[in-house]
Design a protein around this ligand. Structure first.
Ligand code: PLP
Length: 388
């Protein structure tokens, strides 16, 4: 199947910073069309506005996410900034509501940029213990009447899965727009736009590119007016992705669904191994029947799998023993598996949770693992050996 409209197996790289506008008339019509009709390019003008390579990969992404359009940015954070800024005028009139269980960088961005620098009225939905408490969410929506709700379907690092369809339905009923960061679930598992979300954002640095060799973000949507807003904001803030990076992302996306299938397969095997191992106290993986949001995960993801992230807690009769066990495991496992503050790579990586997120989560024995696409038995053997 073709993945883009350009008649080439790989997306050609147009390295031009600016394009030949030929004469005064075509110059005027190019500028006019870019601001009036962001979804159809008549003439390219300047790469910070639009670029043919970037657009070809955007078409590839839109096809994957099932969206009318997609816009690439230089990082996931730039995509989040862009998506949120589109709703900022509404945010001056009515508050915004965020799930508190979100990526730490987004959490800090909200506090440092949206609240401290832009003065927006932000509220947090903290209702995730084992499950998201949707009664509490409903009460907050009624009480605050927010103009925007923002969440991630799979929480980080505890992998609590929200009943995404119901959350979108409640938000829309309350008159709120919805943005979803779908980085963890990816369109392989869930396509939130099909269920009524207004915008979907991704850190394409993670599963979409999958090799840990580039930074990128993407915003996907169906509404043409929102596309215009995203286009203008990206153009004026310089959040555009470089064509070389876009081309590489496009190439790496050709294996996206194969990689995802394998991430899901390996992660389930790893979770099942850890669940039975005496050196492990508890495993948090939505694919395990014991996981508190297994039912939500099945309902949202169907039979495709449960993602590539596995979080687990080392055994130990007290905190000191857990710390000791974690240190011993990490030391051994790091001969084969890298400790890295990212996820979604082809190779397995891991992070001790307390070192990154502090003491908010179940204790010093917690590890978040991004399970790669290695040969399954080899990976399981590395873990068995390191667990002792
Ligand atoms: N969203 C999620 C869920 C993430 O995990 C990350 C980064 O780890 C981001 C957004 C930010 O992406 P980037 O690092 O590409 O800016």
């Amino acid at each position: 199947m073709k993945t883009n409209r350009i008649n080439s197996r790989h997306v050609p790289i147009y390295r031009d910073a600016a394009f030949d506008l030929r004469d005064a008339d075509t110059t005027e019509s190019a500028f006019d069309a870019d601001s009036r009709d962001p979804l159809h390019i008549h003439d390219f003008i300047y790469t910070r506005y639009r670029n043919p390579t970037v657009m070809a990969v955007e078409e590839q992404l839109a096809e994957l996410e099932g969206s009318a359009w997609a816009f690439l940015t230089q990082s996931g954070m730039a995509a989040i900034d862009t998506a949120l800024s589109v709703f900022q005028e509404a945010g001056r009139q009515r508050p915004w509501l965020f799930f508190s269980e979100i990526y730490g960088g987004t959490y800090t961005f909200i506090n440092e940029v949206l609240v401290r620098r832009r003065g927006l009225d932000i509220h947090w939905f903290t209702g995730a213990k084992d499950h998201y408490d949707l009664q509490q969410l409903r009460r907050l929506l009624d009480e605050l009447h927010p103009s925007l709700l923002y969440f991630e379907a799979v929480s980080n690092p505890m992998l609590t899965v929200a009943d995404g369809r119901e959350v979108i339905r409640l938000a829309r009923e309350a008159g709120s727009a919805v943005i979803i960061d779908n980085t963890f679930a990816t369109p392989y598992l869930w396509k939130p736009l099909d269920d009524g979300a207004d915008l979907v954002v991704h850190s394409a640095t993670k599963y979409l590119s999958g090799h840990g060799n580039l930074l990128a973000g993407v915003i996907c949507g169906n509404d043409t007016a929102l596309a215009g807003e995203v286009n203008v904001y990206r153009k004026l803030t310089g959040h555009m992705l470089a064509p070389e990076e876009a081309a590489r992302l496009g190439d790496q996306m050709l294996t996206f669904s194969v990689r995802m299938e394998r991430h899901c397969h390996n992660a389930l095997q790893v979770a099942q191994l850890l669940e039975k191992h005496p050196a492990v106290e508890k495993v948090y993986y939505p694919g395990l029947e014991k996981h508190p949001t297994h039912a939500e995960a099945v309902s949202l993801f169907g039979d495709k799998g449960f993602g590539g992230m596995v979080t687990f807690d080392m055994a130990g009769s007290n905190e000191a023993e857990k710390t000791e066990n974690l240190d011993r495991f990490v030391k051994k496992v790091s001969e084969a598996i890298t400790l890295m503050p990212t996820l979604g790579n082809t190779e397995t990586t891991l992070l001790p949770v307390e070192a990154i997120w502090g003491e908010k989560y179940p204790g010093p024995g917690l590890i978040r693992m991004s399970v790669g696409i290695e040969e399954t038995e080899e990976l399981l053997e590395v873990l068995r050996k390191a667990l002792g």
